[in-house]
Design a protein. Structure first.
Length: 124
């Protein structure tokens, strides 16, 4: 099958690359962030250690699925940020009434077991 690639360089040309990017607008050329091999190998060692801890506990204690829970937390603020609104062009300042208070962050904690049991939601 014939292809438009450069046969000597065995690579696609600039024109092909430009047309490809035009056909795929969700793709873009990015500069990757350099990461050293030392940092990468250290990261993998930490991930392995992270998963080895619970695995060892599960194997040594023989936990049943109903005894394994996953918990997560999230912060909720009491002061809301106003959203965007439609307004006439040419007017630079659009007013909005908002709370002056700083607000409080409330932490919400949810937990559920491996078999579907859940702990009632906790608000702190």
């Amino acid at each position: 099958m014939a292809h438009p690639f450069n046969k000597l360089a065995k690579a696609a040309g600039k024109e092909w690359a430009a047309q490809f990017l035009k056909r795929c607008p969700w793709l873009t050329l990015r500069s990757p962030e350099p990461t050293s091999m030392t940092r990468l190998s250290g990261f993998h060692a930490q991930v392995d250690r992270f998963y080895a801890l619970p695995k060892g506990e599960l194997e040594s204690n023989k936990f049943q699925p109903q005894h394994i829970y996953n918990a997560d937390k999230s912060g909720i603020t009491t002061v809301q940020t106003p959203g965007k609104i439609l307004f006439n062009k040419g007017i630079k300042q659009v007013g909005c009434i908002d709370s002056v208070e700083k607000g409080v962050t409330t932490t919400i904690v949810c937990a559920m077991s491996a078999v579907g049991h859940f702990v009632p939601t906790l608000l702190i």
